[in-house]
Design a protein around this ligand. Structure first.
Ligand SMILES: [Ca+2]
Ligand SMILES: [Ca+2]
Ligand SMILES: [Ca+2]
Ligand SMILES: [Ca+2]
Length: 462
């Protein structure tokens, strides 16, 4: 048997990575009706949402000018004309002129000139206002990891999260929702190819190294959950939002129906992903042991410019393999809805308390507590919706994979190592009180999609 030569290699125990089994948490049909008013309420939240202004994004032929209070309107308008500009309108009450500047001068030059005029209080660009992007997926409000307004995490009675302890997805989606030619390989238990949130996202039936066929259908559930987090069909009025709205999924089954697998299958999966145009590889799995063959497979994929993201593990011990391969992987730890690292202390009282693994190999963290995503349509049986909450660094890693795919979409010229650095250096050092800077618990910090994707951002004045 092919596996014999790898007999010395050890099992990868998937349960390390989703220590807490799926929680249905009443995402069943009776909740559906309750969702209608919530959905409407969510939509109406659009207007007061945080708005952002981008320094590089302002009108190229209009500016706003305020004259000193001693200046008459007549004189103000004559001054505007003297700059070969035209009044568009005067904004009443605050006496600000919106003006059109001539073609032969740039906004910057005009602002420079006008701001030196003693009759003018100030002149500034006419910035564009962007609303943060709120997808219409009906369970988006339960996805605190993407946008946390301090809402109750899940069903009523569940804990309250901290305002904006999230990965800033909505602001990042202004910048990009991803390109269809960017592919995330999900090396896992497979993916439910017929799931309403995934069927349009998978580029093929993928590859199944457990049963040696070309149909990577998920017979366990884990891979479907991971795939949904990274790139569920988004803004389709259904289910959840994925991090990478438009990027595609390449399903690769290397873990069996129990969630276990041989290193040999993981190795096959990594190489197959690398040979089948994956841009990002997500590995929400791991084993305790180093293996040179595994490292070589990672190198093979890395040398093909692929970003490799791996979960750190959930047993509170040292970082597992492959995540611990510093040269090739982004190792992802788990935080919660308060931006705290997941530990045995803050999961006390759970059926299965767990802790995010730690060590110098950790690069970044992402939320891993009560993460809502897809499960196979057969999972709960008839009459229930195919979504579930789950816990673990397995749920953290695909958020990072989704972010890597978005960066690749908008900046295809960046190398894998550059993308990995962008993810590291744009993250928020949310434990700086205790561990300033890069540390072995959350690495550089909880990822911040907005900082990773939006080049310059000026907040609206308070
Ligand atoms: Ca199969
Ligand atoms: Ca959706
Ligand atoms: Ca590392
Ligand atoms: Ca830190």
């Amino acid at each position: 048997m092919r596996k014999n030569k790898y007999i010395f290699l050890l099992f990868i125990i998937l349960t390390f990575f989703f220590t807490v089994s799926f929680k249905q948490v009443r995402l069943d049909t009776h909740l559906k009706t309750r969702h209608v008013p919530l959905h409407q309420k969510f939509q109406s939240l659009k207007n007061p949402f945080t708005r952002s202004l981008k320094a590089q994004r302002y009108s190229q032929d209009e500016i706003l000018v305020k004259f000193k209070p001693t200046v008459s309107s007549q004189f103000a308008e004559a001054t505007i004309a003297a700059y070969s500009s035209k009044k568009i309108k005067k904004i009443p009450k605050i006496n600000i002129y919106q003006i059109h500047i001539p073609k032969n001068i740039s906004v910057e030059e005009m602002l420079y000139a006008m701001n030196r005029n003693p009759d003018i209080e100030y002149a500034e660009p006419n910035y564009l206002v962007h609303m943060t992007v709120t997808p219409n997926d009906i369970y988006f409000e339960y996805q605190y990891a993407l946008y946390n307004s301090g809402q109750s995490i899940g069903v009523p009675g569940s804990p309250q999260g901290k305002d904006r302890a999230d990965i800033k997805a909505t602001a990042a989606w202004e910048e990009t929702k991803g390109k269809e030619d960017v592919i995330i390989a999900i090396i896992d238990t497979g993916v439910d190819l017929l799931h309403p949130e995934l069927e349009k996202k998978v580029i093929s039936g993928g590859r199944d190294f457990v049963n040696d066929d070309f149909d990577a259908t998920d017979d366990e559930g884990h891979g479907t959950h991971v795939a949904g987090i990274a790139a569920a069909d988004t803004n389709n009025n259904e289910g959840i939002a994925g991090v990478a709205w438009n990027c595609k999924i390449l399903p690769i089954k290397t873990l069996d129906e129990e969630g276990d697998g041989y290193y040999s299958d993981i190795i096959d999966g990594i190489i197959w992903a690398a040979d089948n145009e994956a841009n990002v590889i997500n590995l929400s799995l791991g084993g305790e042991y180093q293996a040179q063959a595994l490292e070589e497979a990672l190198k093979y994929a890395y040398d093909k410019d692929i970003v490799i993201v791996a979960a750190a593990g959930n047993d509170g011990g040292s970082v597992m393999y492959p995540a611990a391969y510093d040269n090739y992987c982004l190792a992802v730890a788990a935080t919660d809805y308060n931006d705290d690292r997941v530990t045995l202390i803050n999961t006390e009282g759970l059926q299965e308390p767990w802790e995010s693994n730690h060590g110098p190999e950790i690069d970044v963290a992402a939320p891993g507590r009560r993460i809502l995503s897809c499960v196979p349509t057969w999972y709960w049986g008839k009459g229930s919706l195919p979504y579930a909450y789950s816990d673990g660094t397995s749920a953290s890693a695909p958020q990072v994979s989704g972010l890597a795919a978005l960066i690749k979409s908008i900046k295809p010229w960046l190398s894998n190592s550059e993308i990995m650095d962008v993810i590291r250096y744009s993250s928020d050092d949310v434990n700086s009180n205790e561990y300033s800077g890069n540390d072995e618990f959350i690495g550089y910090g909880r990822i911040n999609m907005e900082k990773a994707l939006v080049p310059i951002k000026i907040s609206t004045s308070k």
